[in-house]
Design a protein around this ligand. Structure first.
Ligand code: C2E
Ligand code: MG
Ligand code: MG
Ligand code: MG
Length: 278
């Protein structure tokens, strides 16, 4: 494998190592072992309230700490974890780790914020998901309002009735659900009125590719969110110009490299200090 070391970033493989049958088998075997040994780490990316510039949450993003390959990006292993069903065990580790971490920040006296976790389709279709998450919250002592779930539009497609049941379960538990990568999937507007969601996440595609059409789409998603009483957050904000545009269009929250890349737990404290003293 040819890899490029990227400062503060994971390694980028020029050949995706999911390519080819042999690589896939190797990867699958390694993934099994890694899950058993818990060779993963969560990075946290702050979510900022656009009006007062305060951190209001962190998205937890999973990386694989591979002994030879270094830090491996989720795009390299989440799809295989999903296919093989390993995602269920990995996903549970992610949820528990994120809750524990957030609870620890609270115990350090940091301002209380939310931690959000990405769920894959297979995880979301687990019959006991709501119960499992309720259990983890109780175990870790994190109050439900400080935990959030991110699902994507494509997941919402599969089994409407069951999805609504699960989402109602989360609502009863007091856990918020955000619709991730909004605008890139196949969602029907009907779902937005039927699903008890709390937030739309505008995909970074619309933020970074600043055509007139994309700007119009961003404005429309913001208005749509507010009309439906949902919060709206923009992903992938990388510069002042993008922030300014989103602020002028009344977007609620922002997330992106302009504020911070995802960072390991040890760097979260410094992020808080930076914001608090700003
Ligand atoms: P996502 O949930 O849409 O997460 C946002 C992705 O955008 C993250 O990539 C983040 O590092 C990246 N990002 C954030 N701000 C910027 C920016 O300003 N510019 C650019 N170019 N990128 C930005 P990451 O960490 O590589 O994760 C990729 C995807 O992998 C996530 O997309 C999510 O779908 C999935 N993923 C990550 N962790 C987990 C997990 O624990 N479970 C599951 N099921 N999926 C996960
Ligand atoms: Mg996400
Ligand atoms: Mg996203
Ligand atoms: Mg994405």
């Amino acid at each position: 494998f040819i890899k490029e070391e990227n400062k503060n970033d994971y390694v980028v493989f020029q050949h995706s190592f999911t390519e080819g049958f042999k690589e896939r088998l190797t990867l699958e075997t390694e993934l099994h072992k890694a899950i058993k040994n818990k060779d993963f780490v969560l990075y946290f990316q702050p979510q900022i309230d656009i009006k007062n510039n305060q951190i209001i949450g962190f998205e937890a993003l999973c990386r694989w700490e591979h002994s030879e390959r270094g830090l491996v990006a989720p795009s390299e292993f989440i799809p295989l974890a999903e296919e093989t069903g390993l995602i269920v065990e990995l996903g549970e580790w992610v949820i528990r780790e994120a809750c524990q971490q957030n609870k620890k920040w609270q115990e350090l006296g940091l301002p209380k914020v939310k931690v959000s976790v990405n769920l894959s389709a297979k995880q979301f279709l687990q019959r006991d998901l709501v119960h499992k998450i309720a259990q983890i919250l109780e175990e870790t002592g994190l109050e439900p309002q400080y935990f959030e779930i991110e699902i994507t539009e494509s997941m919402a497609m599969s089994n409407e009735k069951y999805i609504i049941e699960t989402l109602n379960g989360f609502q009863n538990l007091g856990v918020n659900v955000a619709l991730d990568d909004f605008g890139t999937g196949y969602s029907s507007l009907k779902y937005l009125s039927q699903f008890p969601l709390s937030k739309l996440k505008i995909d970074r595609l619309f933020i970074q590719n600043k055509t007139e059409q994309n700007k119009a789409i961003v404005k429309t998603i913001i208005h749509l969110s507010h009309s439906l009483n949902l919060k709206v957050i923009a992903e992938g904000v990388e510069n002042e110009e993008e922030l300014h545009f989103l602020n002028s269009e009344d977007c609620d929250e922002v997330q992106g490299h302009y504020f911070s890349k995802p960072v390991p737990n040890q760097e979260v404290l410094a992020l808080f200090k930076k914001k608090i003293s700003k």
